[in-house]
Design a protein around this ligand. Structure first.
Ligand SMILES: Nc1ncnc2c1ncn2[C@@H]1O[C@H](COP(=O)(O)OP(=O)(O)OP(=O)(O)O)[C@@H](O)[C@H]1O
Ligand SMILES: [Mg+2]
Length: 238
């Protein structure tokens, strides 16, 4: 069976403090689909994405990556399939140099060092960050950090790309580069974003979240022209 799909079945998630951030989320994203996840600040987008590679585990309900249920036992296999870009690059970058950060995932997969080097060079080149290779991630600008974090995800060569706000803080050239990278990625892709123009350009399908639920799921052009849905999601001024 394909490993390239993401299935949520009636997923609920309550944070340790007691806030229920996911309130019965169900969907299926099949192989090769590019899907945008839209919704106001606090709607639950990041919480949902963190379930795709088991950073958070459903309080109830089920998350599957292909035929693999996301559980503590399956984390290594799930994480070898899913490349997750965090909303905040500071959560992703922790090594002393950019190249070590990008190499971290491939090294953890026990790939031969030549293959690690090939992936690091290719990924840094793809995001236009080759010149940052020996810099300290900690000292980079916000946009540079994001591009390096994207390189780290690409270096894993995942079958499923999950990105949380990939274009925030990027200058127009860097934003364009990210859009073209995602366009060229021919596997499954789920992207949380406030960049509705990017959603329209890249993702044939959008899901809209409000208060921990998916309130619309369909063709992006229909969703973005449906004022009622956008208003309900807070994406359109009342
Ligand atoms: N660690 C946490 N502990 C408790 N509540 C949290 C935590 N993280 C998020 N929440 C709450 O869960 C809800 C969903 O947050 P989430 O970060 O998933 O929203 P989001 O849709 O990604 O928003 P944004 O567009 O601002 O990134 C919010 O009400 C938030 O306050
Ligand atoms: Mg978020």
């Amino acid at each position: 069976m394909s490993h390239h799909f993401i299935r949520f079945r009636d997923v609920h998630y309550t944070y340790p403090g007691g806030y229920e951030a996911l309130r019965g989320v169900s969907f299926l994203i099949t192989h090769g689909e590019k899907v945008a996840l839209l919704g106001l600040n606090g709607a639950g987008k990041s919480t949902l994405l963190l379930h795709t590679d088991g950073i958070l585990m459903a309080t109830s309900g089920e998350v599957n990556i292909g035929d693999v249920p996301v559980t503590r036992k399956t984390l290594p296999v799930v994480r070898s399939h899913v490349g997750l870009l965090f909303q905040n690059p500071d959560d992703q970058l922790f090594m002393p140099t950019v190249e070590d950060d990008v190499a971290f995932g491939p090294r953890n997969m026990n790939l031969p060092e030549e293959e690690v080097e090939r992936r690091v060079s290719t990924a840094l080149e793809a995001v236009g960050a080759t010149a940052l290779r020996r810099r300290r991630p900690f000292n980079l600008s916000g946009g540079q950090k994001r591009m390096v974090a994207i390189a780290g995800v690409l270096a894993m060569e995942p079958m499923i790309l999950v990105m949380d706000e990939p274009t925030s803080n990027l200058d127009p050239g860097a934003r364009r580069r990210v859009i073209e990278l995602v366009r060229g990625f021919d596997h499954t892709c789920l992207i949380a974003t406030h960049d509705l123009d990017m959603a329209a350009e890249l993702c044939p399908r959008s899901m809209v979240m409000a208060e921990g639920r998916i309130i619309a799921d369909g063709p992006t052009d229909e969703i973005l022209s449906d004022i009622e849905t956008l208003t309900a999601a807070g994406l359109w001024p009342r």
